[in-house]
Structures are given as structure tokens and as C-alpha cells.
Design a protein around this ligand. Sequence first.
Ligand code: KG4
Ligand code: ZN
Length: 339
Amino acid sequence: MKKDILTLAIETSCDETSCAVIRNGREVLSNIISSQIEIHKKFGGVVPEVASRKHIENMNVIIQQALDDGGISFNDIDLIGVTQGPGLVGALLVGISSAKAIAYALNKPLVGVNHIEGHICANYIDHKDLEPPFTCLIVSGGHTYLVQTEGYTQYELIGRTRDDAAGEAFDKVARALGLSYPGGPLIDKLSKEGNPNAIDFPRVYLEPNSYDFSFSGLKTAVLNYLNQTKQKGEEIVVKDVAASFQQAVIEVLVEKTIKLAKERKSRKIVMAGGVAANEGLRNLMEKRGREEKIDIYYPSRILCTDNAAMVGSAAYFNYIEGQVSDLYLNVEPNLELKG
Ligand code: KG4
Ligand code: ZN
């Protein structure tokens, strides 16, 4: 019988220190996530230097907790996976240094993981039967990609944002509305009470055949609306602005994804990244999926945002395809999704 592969995974690309133990790329034995959000909140966003220092303070404790929760010890580990990039250089360095030390001490293989690929792989954990190929929309705080996923580690990059990432747009608009960081979940919540048709914000589709995205114009439109309404002395109904902004973002995300899936005759659409936690986006994608007879997948909320379990899944699939790193592995803050 084939032996199980236990992966210890580490994620420190931004403001979550996370460590997980994963069996065979799909089963979570533990997934410890220590968020620094409360610390960064007072600055209105992530402070890179502070994030690095907090990762250093937390790292060993979180690793031990992941082993304990998973009911295993260091000697049971077969593979070490770690986020190589993209992300904050200092933050990534903490994770990579820890992963290398463990790999060296245990003499076990090490796999450097692309954080974006990790987000996609979160879906393999929650949907045990999901296999490529599929059309994939990745929407996080730092990235917005439309991808045709051909294999577990093969991707065709079709579209990307030309300016702000989807999550970044949520966070910036939330800030303008006086909401705290990160604003995405708050806009999501307010949108449920607001009227999505109250304000006609632009839907930016770019050139007719483009699969790229642009959100900075929409952000400016919201800022202009807020300024003009204030100048006129009229009331700003925050929930209506939130709902109308969210509707403008999700319509474009959904329509471009559906168009690509139809063009590629793909029967499966997979969503990934922090913004895939958005209820409006999930509902609209599912509605359009039913109309077009396309199955829609997304991870549970906890696996949408940054976590090490998704990194462990990606490390496993790279490992079984023979893509192993060595101890010269270095951080790549601007790592792209490889084709
Ligand atoms: O994937 P993620 O945890 O980190 C990156 O890799 O960037 O994504 C974080 C982003 C933030 O911009 C946050 O506001 C957004 O995801 N986000 C949401 C929701 N939950 C998190 N945006 C909209 N609706 C949500 N429910
Ligand atoms: Zn992420």
C-alpha cells in the first residue's frame, strides 16, 4: 500500500503566521493561523517591518502547536512546504528560514510554494473529488488572476488586474467609508442591508476581448461620489455605497469568468483567495453557474484567506510531480504564477 505523505507547511507571506499538517495534499490534521490584524488595524494596513518581527516571535510556538494539534512529532513529517512568494520580503524570509532549518535537521525534502497556487489548492482540501482542468478566478488582497488550470501545477494565465487587486479595492473603498482594516468583510456585511442599485458605479470591462481587470477607476468613482455628496450637503448612506460598489466589482468578476469558462468549454469554475469569501460574489457566481450549467467551487471561509493548509496542499502536488527545492531556496517577493 502507498505510504501516506505528511506535509508540515508554513505560511508567512503577509500578516498571518500559519503552520499546518496535511495528509496527502487534501486532509487537514491541523491548521494554526495566528492573525496580526489587531496590531496592523491601527495603521490602516499591514506594516511590513512589524509583520516580520511578529512572525519571528510567533513562529516556533505556531509550529509546535501545529504538530501537537495534528497529533504528530517532527519525526513523522515526510515533507516541508513553505511559501516562497509573492509577499513581503521580510515576512517571507522568516517562514523560509524556519522551513529550511527543519528540512536540514530532519533531512527531509523541501518544497517552495507559490502563494497564489496555494490559494487555488485550498479547493482540493474542501472538495475531495475536485480535479483539474477548470477555470479559476483568484481574487485576493494582492492579486487578481483569471487562469485556466490544466493540471495540479500547470496554469495558463489568461487575465490579471492592470492596477488594484480586487481585495485592495475593497479595502481602499472601505477606508474611504470610514470602516476599519481589512474592509472586505465589512463591505460584504453592509452590502446585505444596502441597495446594490442605489448608485450606478461603472462596470469596467476594458477592451471587448480582454480578460484583464481594472479597479482603480471604480475606486475613484466611489471617492468622487462621496466628495460630491458631501459638498451638496446630502446624506451618505454607507450601506448603499457599499452594496453598489460591491455589485460593480462582482458583476465584472463573474461575467469575465463565465465568458472564459464558456470559451474553453469548461464545466467547472473554481474561486480562490480572500475575496472568494464574499457572499455576494459566491451567490452571483452560483446563480450564473446554474444558468450556464457550470459547477461552481470555492473554499470554506477559513481556507479562502491566508493559511498554511493551502500551502501544504500545493507542496504535496508539486512534490509528487517531482518539483522539489534545495536549501538554496530564496524568497521571491514578486513571484508570478508559472505557466
Ligand atoms: O487572500 P488574502 O487573505 O491575502 C492575500 O493573499 O492578499 O486576501 C485578503 C483580502 C483583503 O483585501 C480582504 O479585504 C479581502 O481579502 N476579503 C474580502 C472578504 N474577506 C476577505 N473581500 C470581500 N469580501 C469578503 N468577505
Ligand atoms: Zn493570500
